[in-house]
Design a protein around this ligand. Sequence first.
Ligand code: ZN
Length: 301
Amino acid sequence: MVFKVLFILIALTLSGFGMDLIKVGEDVYMAKGHYGLPSRENRGFISNSYGILTREGWIVIDTLSTPELAREFISELRRIREAPILYLIITHYHMDHWFGISAYKEVGAKVIAHRNLKEFYEEGLADEVLEAVKRAFPGVFDSVKLSPPDIVIDSPVKLRVGRRVIEIIPMTPAHTNTDLVVKVGNVLFVGDLVSYKRIPFLGDRNVKTREWLKVLDRIKEMKPRLIFGGHGDPMDLKAVDWTKEYITYLRENIRKLKDEGLFIDEVKEAMKDTPFKDSYMYEEFHMRNVYSIFNELDMEL
Ligand SMILES: [Zn+2]
């Protein structure tokens, strides 16, 4: 099994920016996005999407960044098994996790998300973000059409589909104020709450890193055998430790530098070089994270 997964991973690496699904568990399939920011070249395929096959149909976790990518994922799922797409569960409100939502509405899936995601939509903020990312990443998000979820949750729910029990557990605020995890047997889908050797993004307007550390402890207590994240390969509990180490390192060091009276530019300079500098997305996210924590620590006082 391990060799098979490795083989498919190598095949995927050689295939450019196409979408090949990887079987990562019993009836669980994954599309693995590329590391990087959205671009015309990668079509915004920078995150993961998962399909869980039940006797009644598919359950999908996260949409990828655009309706085109979402439709491609759906057609790959249907090549594995021609079955209805029953539910789409959105792990949080970042563009690469739900901007493909219209493709799921087209096939009649019921969309489940955190209650705050619906508010984010209804207050017009989602469309503001869409306009901003269209400007920031030209030619990637032009066909995105946002709409609200059908079912919202703000406390844990159990969904019974076929013989499967799907637990959806809000874990917010942490990475954002819309985070939720999905537990199916002993595997856990975590969105961007857990990362391994890829710098997590701590720059969201609703980030709460102190709470995030508590969420990571809760995830550990759930003892998942496998952790499926929004980016990168399937993980295990050591990824939870890695994520905690990065967040804790930033919090502790930035607090110390602030206590010494350093200003933001000096803190940024001092935090350029860290033990995490060889991780993916360091260049893209790390300095933004330092800035974000610098401000967040002020608000915690
Ligand atoms: Zn995210």
